[in-house]
Design a protein around this ligand. Sequence first.
Ligand SMILES: [Zn+2]
Length: 83
Amino acid sequence: MPEYSNSMKILKVGDQAKAACETCQAFTSITYQLHDVPFSDGSGLTKNILAGVCDVCGAVTVIPHQSTPAICSTLAQQHNFVY
Ligand SMILES: [Zn+2]
């Protein structure tokens, strides 16, 4: 069994966790769902990113590292796209 199998937990839709929600100003339970996440500079949207959504207010609270490459690749695609 490879050593990294324990430390690399791959999240999937429906997984639940606890996270600090900025909107609720509290530690809430979250559920991982596929979500459309806007870029921080507001230039676009990455669709169907696995993100942790606050069960209380519905805000995206956590974007796991495994979703980051998807955001980057979408960004790269958009930059290469000729309008
Ligand atoms: Zn919340």
